[in-house]
Design a protein around this ligand. Structure first.
Ligand code: SAM
Length: 507
């Protein structure tokens, strides 16, 4: 992947309706195969292709020009590209290097795209691209979910089921300020950047921000570049830092975080630096407590929500113990067991009369063969156009197939192959995602005498104009009177009815 011009708003946050030049797009080759790519406007020959920049996949070649300015989600068909020109180009370059420049191969390249076929894009400099006979991909906008599955892994990453749950539990929302350590491969960073983004172009809104920390120098540089390529560097501030030692201030100032996520091998080492008060000096640590005023990285006027992510329970135990010592409350551990369920229609054993919830196979070979023959016949039938001459709706295919002398039990289902068979859901035998233990906790905001005075001024106690209980007494009395009157009224009218009926009977 190559980076180009920066964008103002990240395509992860506001991708717009269509693909754009110099912006990240994700090509979906198959269900779980995604390729991130920066789309480039064709400007002449590129890497030996006269079509400009080209992406080669096992499903064919895709010049960038065919992927540009299309609505997100578009299916794009492969193009015929002049792959031969690459070899010839190299030969030409070699010739040039040897001092024998020749334009011969370039002449040949001009032939590309002149064959018969559907045009699928405005090739550069008048060159027309030709759609290949097969192969297609889908162009998708970049999202944190897709990025997590396609990013270049440098570490274990936090996957979407965990990331979404964590962000929800630590109350990451538009305008939040989140501390994250370590950044690793940036999977969680992308998810958190979107969670805190509040369309910061709107005036008067507190801009959301992620303060991310990474200790490993190479990972830090790679991620710094990725953030800039993805135009997320306005929202994510990445710092190269050992947080165990140097804490979470940025340029000496507090990020004033209201949410924290620690994906570190030893979160308990970092927790003392996420306090509201100066942490006690640790064993072997030099320094004068109180030499400089303590600056907390946490928001002073908000409760702070934390999550730590640890793969083994021993780490959890230490983390929980440290959290308790440091005054965090509501400490809870959660494990996410993500499981995929595969749901499909089982088309075998349909003709067995009543036990459709139980049978999973044909009664005998004859039934299986009859069923298969019928399915094939139905597919052939469906593939044939059946538009009647009068232009009315084509008739649905009704199958009259019988098995072992019996007619099918589900005639209606046979008309629609997709409704055929019973629905079967199978779970994965094993849980495949890498997950960890998630520890959650809350550090309540510090409640000062000033806060108490403000609260009292807003909700005064003792100066009320109405006393709720007195109001209640008066209204309850009124309600009782009304109920009594109604009751008496009912009794009177019942008595009147009875008297009238008696008079009728007697007279
Ligand atoms: C498992 S990875 C984090 C993966 C990340 N959450 C993601 O979703 O891509 C842990 C990272 O923490 C970093 N790390 C370890 N100790 C650190 C420290 N003391 N300060 C800052 N980062 C640290 C490691 O270099 C590593 O990249």
């Amino acid at each position: 992947m190559t980076s180009t011009l920066p964008q103002t708003v990240s395509p992860f946050l506001e991708p717009g309706p269509r693909t754009k030049p110099n912006s990240l797009a994700v090509l979906q080759l198959s269900r779980d195969n995604f390729v991130p790519v920066y789309l480039q406007q064709a400007s002449g020959e590129h890497d030996g292709y006269v079509e400009g920049a080209v992406i080669n996949t096992r499903y064919g070649s895709f010049p960038h020009s065919t992927l540009l300015n299309v609505p997100w989600g578009s299916q794009v068909r492969a193009s015929k590209v002049d792959t031969g020109s690459r070899g010839r180009k190299r030969k030409w370059q070699l010739d040039e290097e040897a001092g024998r420049a020749t334009s011969e191969p370039i002449e040949d390249e001009k032939e590309t795209g002149n064959g018969a076929g559907e045009e699928n894009g405005d090739g550069d400099e008048g060159k027309q691209l030709v759609t290949d006979t097969s192969g297609f991909i889908h162009v998708l906008p970049p999202t944190p979910e897709i990025w997590t599955t396609s990013l270049p892994h440098r570490t274990q990453v936090v996957y979407t089921p965990d990331a979404s749950y964590i962000l929800h539990r630590i109350r990451a929302r538009p305008g939040s300020t989140l501390i994250e350590a370590g950044a690793g491969s940036g999977s969680f960073t992308h998810a958190s950047a979107r969670a805190v983004y509040n369309g910061s172009l709107v005036k008067g809104k507190r801009p959301g921000k992620v303060f991310s920390f990474e200790f490993h120098e190479e990972r830090y540089h790679k991620m710094k570049k990725e953030l800039s390529d993805h135009a997320l560097d306005g929202i994510v501030q990445l710092t190269h830092r050992d947080v165990y030692k140097d804490g979470f201030l940025v340029d000496g100032k507090s990020p004033e975080a209201d949410a924290v996520f620690l994906d570190l091998p030893a979160p308990w080492e970092a927790l003392p630096l996420l306090s509201r008060q100066r942490p006690q000096l640790r064993e072997g640590e030099a320094g004068e407590a109180g030499a400089n005023p303590w600056v907390s990285p946490l928001h002073p006027k908000k409760s702070v929500f934390i999550c730590t992510f640890s793969p083994c329970v021993e780490q959890v135990t230490r983390t929980v113990s440290t959290l308790r010592h440091l005054g965090w409350v509501d400490i809870e551990m959660v494990e996410i067991a993500n499981r995929k369920l595969h749901t499909a229609r089982d088309r075998v054993g349909l003709y067995l009369p009543v036990d459709r919830g139980v049978n999973s196979s044909a009664k005998d070979i004859e039934e299986a063969i009859t069923k298969l023959t019928e399915i094939e016949e139905r597919f052939r039938e469906n593939a044939r156009p059946k538009q009647p001459a009068d232009g009315s709706e084509p008739a649905k295919v009704a199958s009259k197939a019988a098995t072992n002398g019996k007619t099918s039990v589900d005639e209606a289902a046979l008309k629609y192959p997709w409704l055929d068979g019973r629905l079967v859901t199978r779970g994965e035998p094993e849980i495949k995602t890498h997950t960890s233990y998630l520890v959650f906790a809350v550090l309540p905001m510090v409640w000062t005498a000033e806060d108490e005075a403000t609260a009292l001024a807003r909700y005064p106690i003792g100066n009320e104009k109405f006393v709720v209980s007195l109001m209640g007494k008066a209204s309850m009395k009124e309600e009782r009177r009304e109920a009594m009157q109604q009751k008496q009224g009912n009794r009177k009218s019942r008595r009147k009815d009875r008297d009238e009926k008696l008079a009728e009977a007697e007279g």
